[in-house]
Each structure stands twice: as structure tokens, then as C-alpha cells.
Write a protein that binds this ligand. Structure first.
Ligand code: ADP
Length: 606
């Protein structure tokens, strides 16, 4: 129940609505209790005395009552729905805010589907608590208390008999409710698994199709769905046994009351009207216990959802701002790795890294796949915190400054650019939301993107499709470069695409990249010969260590790992490309695939 208490914090802002709804609810439930009383008057007064005038008055009175009840009912339903919807909207926003605050480690460890399910399904389950479950719970509770008080007043002995039956029914209800709670959590978890498969495979549908893995994915999804079914079936079994059992208890009590009360009427200790009203009240009590226990199960379900939501809310990001962190002053661009080590878990993937970059310098990172190049670059904007050592920018430890002030001055162009499914314009403006149209276009021009964009059906207003699928790889990259140019960062982190671009696109991208790198401290994970050649310095990484640093020429001359990598890849590909370009231009298209792009990593894996 601690979850519930915590949940109330989110309802508190709307307590005025809740109080009014509560009063309305009491009125509605109270008025419901009048009907059995009216029937008692009908039997004992109108029928016994054959008083038609009394009957008319009674009918009019009841009519008035129903009108009042309807009014309060409408008000209460509206108010509670309002609060329910409001709380759901608040919770979703708070959850999303939380998700945005979490670091990359969190997202690497979790599946998107699972997280999505918490923000959507779980929150919806919680909503039903406020809008319907809680109302129904309190309405039944009020009916129960009211009806009980009235029958005690009418006939204590008969009530005592009934009370022998009700508590066991409630106890059984509680037992089942607790079991249901556990099972419901399992059902939600299994459903999240299935959703995760769904989302993952739909977003990766090209991979699925290209590998003809539809049957495999159908199998995977079916398995997940079947597991959900199995869990839901267990829950259904509990529910199936639960409600009828409670109802059985209720009706059993009713029959006993009918029999015992009937004897009292025959003995003249009770009027027939009193017995009938008593039966009605007992009926109400039995009904409320039945509904109450069903509601109880649903509330348990919602508590499960609440627990998952709170668990997410309680996740602390690993990368946090220090209290009193200062704003990063405008960066000059001196980046210094001092004895940096880092591990995603216990195993270190970077060790004793010492690396300097002067303002405006271009440092290329080269090394086998898995050497730690991406990891090293990710430490600069503090996507992760170092395990040992420190990274300073212009002498300031990156952990001492506000995250936003640091990241605002760092530009990133990843290997596979992800564009949002909006227009080209909005994707570029993502770099600086308040840029003018001229600035935006200037950036696109510098990124060699203006030309292809204006040739698109709607120019800058063309929608790029989910993840930017409607653009080619090279076009996406140039949009990403334009975005980074618009941001105008002092430090630039580039991860060259390993996927091949056509040669024209490649030239345009290279040119755009050179413009982007100008006057900015750049760390570039290099896969291309052109890049290592223009780099001021090359740092060679191997198994998490920097093994060589120097210029292209120096490193070739010293004959270490770089020279070896170069011999393996760059040189051969370089000569292939030269041969095809100068000697046999007509077969260029045939050999295109060969000459496209030297992918250091993939070659080294062979
Ligand atoms: P590179 O960019 O040089 O190919 P990475 O920096 O991506 O290398 O990876 C370095 C090492 O860290 C690899 O062994 C990789 O398996 C591991 N690694 C990368 N990302 C994660 C992660 N999110 N969680 C755990 N290990 C990771």
C-alpha cells in the first residue's frame, strides 16, 4: 500500500475536485439506501392500509430522489474522470521527463518496448483506478456501511446471523486478491516482452525481410504471445474462481436471512415490509462485497502497474550534475584525457588513456573494432563517466560543469545518422531551434545539402520518413552535418560511416565534413584514407590503450600497428582506386563496390 500512498501525491493537486466528487459520491450512495426503506413503507403502510394517497406521495418522493441522484452522479463521474485523465497526463509527462534525464547506460540495458509499455499501458491501468475502480470501491463501501447500520437498527438478531457469513467471504476475497496481484504483474511483464519483439522487428523490418526471417520472427512473437496467454490464463482461472465464490457466499447469506426472517414474521416479531427491506439491504451488502472484491483485484493490478512506474521514477541516472556545478564557459577547445580508464561493467575497456588535443586540432582515432574508439569519444560529452582519471576541457573537469552547458558546445555526427520523421527543415533546425531561415540554409549549403534538398518534392518541407528512410545514406549524413554546422560547436565528435556511399556522395560528404571540422577541435573515428591524411594527428587504439600517436607520415615511418593496419587496408584500396580511376575508367562502375570505402574494422576482423 506504500505505492498507493505515494500515488496520492500525484492526486493531491486535484484534491478539491476529489473532495467535491467525494461529497457527491456520499449523496449518491446515501440516496440508494432510501429505496428499500420506500419499499418497506409501500408494503407496511400503503398496502396494509390500502392508502392510495400515500402511494402517490411515495412515488413522487422517489421520482424527486432519482432526479437529485442523477444530478450528483453526473457531477461525480465527470469530476473523477477529469482527475483521472489529469493524473495520467501528469504521470506520463513526469515519466518522460525522467526518461530524458537518464543516461545512455540505462537505455543500453533496457528494451524500448518495455519502457514504452510503462509510459502507456501501465499508466492507463493506473488511470482506471482513479476514474472507475476507486469510485466503485468507495460507493460499495458506503453502501455496505450504510446498509449494515440500517439493518442493525431494524433487526439486530437477523443482522448477527448475516455477519457470520460476510467476514469469511471477505477473508477469502483478500487471499485471492493477493494472489491475483502477483499474477497480474507477470501478465504485464509478459505483455511487455511481446511488445518489445513487436517494436524491435517492425523498426528493423528491412533486416527481417532481407534475411527472410519472417517465419523466425513470427515464431518469436508467437512464443511471446503464448507466454502472455499462459500467464493471462492463470489469472483468468483465479478470476473465474474468485467472483463466483464471493457471489455464492453472498447469495447463501441471503437465503439464510430469508428463512430466519420469515420465521420472525410468522412469529409477529417483524413486519413483512421490514423483512422485504431487510432482504433488499442484505442484497445490497452481498452485491457490494462481490463488486468490492472484484474491484480489489483490479486495484491490486493497478498497484502492480504503480510499482513498475515508480521503479522507473526511482531510477537514478549514473551521470549526474554535481550540486553547484558551474556553467561551462565558452570553450576554446583544448581537450585533455588524463590517465583515463573506463569500463561499462567490471571489465575495463579503456586503460590509462592520455591524449591531448589543441584547439582546432583534428585527431583521428584508428584501431581494430572493439578497441574502444567509440567509448573514448562518448566520454567527452559525459555520456558516461570515467572510471578513473579525468577529462578536462580548457582545464576544467567535465564533471564540474552543468551537463547542458557542456553538451551545447559539443557537436556529434554519428556513423548512422538518425533523422526524426519530420521535415528536412526541422531536422536541420534541431541543431539550433532559434536559427533564422537564412542561417539554416547557409548551414545546408555548407554541408553540400542545399542542392539535393531543393530538388526534393517539397524542398525543405519534405518529410523524411521514419528515421529518415526517404533519404539516401549520403543525404542523411549531409543533413546531419548541416545540423551540426548550425549548432556551431567548439568541439566536434565524428564517427565516419562504415557503410558505403556512392562516390559522388562520398566526395560531397568529405567536403562538407572538412568545412565542419574547420577551426574546431575534432575527434574523428576514421575509416577512410582521406580522413587519416587530413588529420593533424592520429591516435591508434588497441584493446583500450593508446599504442601510438603521431602524424600519418610519422606513424608509417615507425612501422608499428598503424603501419601494419595501413598496409593491410588503406594502401591496397588506395591502389585499387587509383588504378580504376586512371587506367580503366570504363570499368569503374563494375569495380565500384570494391573501391568504395576502406572499412578498417571489417577488414581487421577477417
Ligand atoms: P570501437 O568503437 O573501437 O569499435 P567500442 O568503444 O564500441 O569500440 O567498444 C569497446 C568495448 O566496449 C568493446 O569490447 C565493446 O564490446 C564494449 N562495449 C561497447 N558498448 C558497450 C555497452 N553499452 N555496454 C557494455 N559494453 C560495451
Amino acid at each position: 500500500m506504500t505505492e498507493f500512498r505515494r500515488f496520492l501525491r500525484y492526486v493531491r493537486p486535484y484534491r478539491r475536485h476529489m473532495v467535491i466528487a467525494g461529497i457527491f459520491l456520499i449523496v449518491v450512495s446515501g440516496l440508494r439506501l432510501v429505496l428499500p426503506w420506500a419499499i418497506q413503507r409501500l408494503v407496511d403502510v400503503a398496502f396494509t392500509r390500502k392508502d392510495a394517497a400515500f402511494l402517490n406521495r411515495l412515488a413522487l418522493f422517489l421520482l424527486g430522489l432519482i432526479v437529485v441522484q442523477t444530478f450528483f452522479n453526473v457531477g461525480q463521474t465527470y469530476l473523477l474522470s477529469y482527475v483521472g485523465e489529469r493524473v495520467v497526463a501528469d504521470l506520463r509527462t513526469i515519466l518522460y521527463r525522467k526518461l530524458q534525464s537518464l543516461d545512455l547506460r540505462f537505455f543500453a540495458d533496457r528494451r524500448v518496448g518495455e519502457i514504452t509499455s510503462r509510459v502507456t499501458n501501465d499508466v492507463t491501468t493506473i488511470q482506471s483506478v482513479v476514474t472507475s475502480q476507486l469510485t466503485s470501491f468507495f460507493r460499495q463501501l458506503l453502501t455496505f456501511i450504510g446498509a449494515l447500520a440500517l439493518i442493525i437498527y431494524v433487526n439486530p438478531r437477523l443482522t448477527a446471523l448475516m455477519l457470520v457469513i460476510v467476514p469469511p467471504v471477505i477473508l477469502v476475497g483478500r487471499f485471492f486478491g493477493q494472489r491475483l496481484r502477483g499474477i497480474s504483474t507477470t501478465v504485464q511483464d509478459r505483455l511487455a516482452d511481446a511488445t518489445a519483439v513487436l517494436e524491435e522487428t517492425l523498426s528493423g523490418i528491412r533486416v527481417v525481410k532481407s534475411f527472410v526471417r519472417e517465419p523466425y520472427e513470427i515464431g518469436r512473437f508467437t512464443d511471446a504471445v503464448e507466454e502472455t496467454f499462459a500467464a493471462a490464463l492463470t489469472r483468468a482461472r483465479y478470476r473465474a474462481g474468485f467472483t463466483p465464490l464471493i457471489t455464492f457466499g453472498g447469495f447463501g447469506g441471503l437465503i439464510l436471512v430469508l428463512w430466519y426472517g420469515g420465521r420472525q414474521v410468522l412469529a409477529g416479531q417483524l413486519t413483512p415490509g421490514e423483512l422485504i427491506s431487510f432482504l433488499f439491504y442484505t442484497f445490497m451488502i452481498a452485491g457490494s462485497v462481490g463488486v468490492f472484491s472484484g474491484t480489489y483485484g483490479n486495484i491490486q493490478e493497478a498497484l502492480g502497474a504503480l510499482r513498475r512506474v515508480f521503479e522507473l521514477l526511482d531510477t537514478e541516472p549514473a551521470v549526474v550534475e554535481k550540486p553547484g556545478a558551474i556553467s561551462m564557459p565558452p570553450i576554446q577547445g583544448r581537450v585533455h584525457f588524463e590517465d583515463v580508464s573506463f569500463g561499462y561493467d567490471e571489465t575495463l575497456v579503456l586503460r590509462d588513456v592520455d591524449l591531448n588535443a589543441a584547439p582546432g586540432e583534428v585527431v583521428a582515432l584508428v584501431g581494430p573494432s572493439g578497441a574502444g574508439k567509440t567509448t573514448l569519444v562518448n566520454l567527452i560529452p559525459r555520456f558516461y563517466d570515467t572510471t578513473g582519471g579525468q577529462i578536462t576541457i580548457d582545464g576544467t573537469d567535465v564533471r564540474d560543469v552543468k551537463l547542458a552547458s557542456l553538451r551545447e558546445q559539443i557537436g556529434i555526427v554519428p556513423q548512422e545518422t538518425l533523422l526524426f520523421s519530420t521535415t528536412v527543415r526541422e531536422n536541420i533546425l534541431y541543431g539550433r531551434l532559434d536559427a533564422t531561415e537564412e542561417q539554416m540554409m547557409a548551414a545546408a549549403k555548407a554541408a553540400n545539402a542545399h542542392e539535393f534538398i531543393t530538388a526534393l518534392p517539397d524542398g525543405y518541407d519534405t518529410r523524411v520518413g521514419e528515421r529518415g528512410v526517404k533519404l539516401s545514406g549520403g543525404q542523411r549524413q549531409r543533413v546531419a552535418i548541416a545540423r551540426a554546422l548550425l549548432k556551431n560547436p567548439r568541439i566536434l565528435l565524428l564517427d565516419e560511416a562504415t557503410s558505403s556511399l556512392d562516390s559522388e556522395s562520398e566526395g560531397l560528404v568529405q567536403e562538407a565534413l572538412s568545412r565542419l571540422m574547420q577551426d574546431r577541435t575534432t575527434f574523428i573515428i576514421a575509416h577512410r584514407l582521406a580522413t587519416v591524411q587530413i588529420a593533424d594527428r592520429i591516435a591508434v587504439l588497441d584493446k583500450g590503450r593508446i599504442v601510438e600517436v603521431g602524424t600519418h607520415k610519422e606513424l608509417l615511418a615507425c612501422g608499428g600497428l598503424y603501419a601494419h593496419l595501413y598496409a593491410l587496408q588503406f594502401r591496397t584500396l588506395d591502389s585499387v582506386s587509383r588504378a580504376t580511376e586512371h587506367e580503366v575508367p570504363e570499368i569503374e562502375s563494375v569495380i565500384e563496390g570494391e573501391r568504395r570505402k576502406p572499412d578498417l574494422s571489417s577488414l581487421l576482423r577477417l
